[in-house]
Design a protein around this ligand. Structure first.
Ligand code: GDP
Length: 297
């Protein structure tokens, strides 16, 4: 279960406070020290933790909280609100093009779940909007990537445009977009190449694809299990590509929560979806308030 460690530590901190009834400034300070440690241990970005703890502490030390009849509950409410705010406050929908097709470019490191998420998103659009997406296989470096996307396409009955692995990815994308125009697809989902880590050659290629395709949405797919590293990856991709959103995958695994809590604050870009499993239905819209509730248990 995701966030287990974080949830348990936060709950411990709150139950201590709750037992007190009337609470003092020093009780709040003690609790915030524990919250700070819990967040750092969950691999939340240091600056994000600092800002979060300062904001919550300032609000919690207000007379309206300490003098209230239920101070511990008030503090918990503040923590919940600030967690929600840190993760972006409200869900941010997919950007849509004014005229079809809406072009979505998927980017991310190898193994993050980019190809799987492309399929999940196509299925979601098909099921929820009766959309007719086309997927483009533009990862020519990982030999099995094209086949993987074609197989996914068959499973969900979504067409895949591919030209094997011998063409320039930019040319493949151009030909794929032409086909989408001819066939009046309302969405185009471009699966791009990933690497084990960010490298300049990969970024240059992605920048060229972006310049050609003018995507409405550049979704960065990151693996929640990688915590602080996922946040760094998000910063790197955002610096070069000005991404429009993030998909946080593998939230069904044993994650510590660091990525979910840091990415929005560090990059300024919203988490739009979360991957909750390996099945193609396992893609959910990201709601910051629900995630805060889940973290607080
Ligand atoms: P890519 O290299 O980024 O295209 O990654 P893939 O799409 O090939 O995914 C890598 C592995 O992660 C595959 O085994 C996927 O089934 C798995 N995966 C992707 N998303 C999720 C998720 O949300 N939860 C879990 N448990 N596994 C996922």
């Amino acid at each position: 279960m995701a966030f287990e460690g974080l949830t348990e530590r936060l709950q411990n901190a709150f139950s201590k406070l709750r037992r007190k009834g009337k609470i003092t400034e020093s009780d709040v300070r003690d609790m915030m020290r524990e919250v700070r440690l819990a967040l750092l241990e969950a691999d939340v970005n240091f600056t994000v933790v600092k800002n979060f703890v300062n904001t919550v502490r300032d609000r919690a030390l207000g007379a309206d909280v300490l003098d209230s009849l239920t101070p511990a509950q008030q503090v918990l409410k503040i923590v919940n609100e600030e967690l929600t705010k840190t993760m972006g406050d409200t869900a941010v929908p997919l950007n849509k093009a004014p005229h079809i097709p809406t072009i979505i470019m998927m980017v991310g490191l190898q193994g993050a779940g980019k190809t799987t998420t492309a399929g999940k998103l196509a299925l979601k659009l098909k099921n929820e909007e009766h959309a007719r997406p086309l997927m483009i296989a533009a990862d020519i470096y990982r030999p099995a990537a094209v086949d993987q996307l074609v197989t996914l396409g068959k499973q969900i009955d979504v067409p895949v445009f591919e030209q094997g692995t011998d063409h320039d990815p930019v040319d493949i994308v151009k030909a794929g977009l032409d086909q989408a125009t001819l066939q009046k697809n309302d969405y185009v989902i471009i699966d791009t190449a990933g690497r084990l880590q960010i490298d300049q050659q990969l970024m240059d290629e992605l920048v060229r694809i972006k310049a050609l395709a003018h995507p409405n949405e550049i979704l960065l797919v990151v693996d929640a299990m990688t915590g602080q590293n996922a946040t760094e990856v998000a910063k790197g991709f955002n610096d070069d590509l000005d991404i429009t959103g993030v998909v946080l995958t593998k939230l069904d695994g044993d994650t510590r929560g660091g990525a979910a809590l840091s990415i929005r604050a560090v990059t300024g870009k919203p988490i739009k979806f979360t991957g909750q499993g390996e099945k193609l239905e396992d893609l959910d819209v990201f709601y910051p308030d629900r995630m805060a509730n889940r973290i607080l248990g």
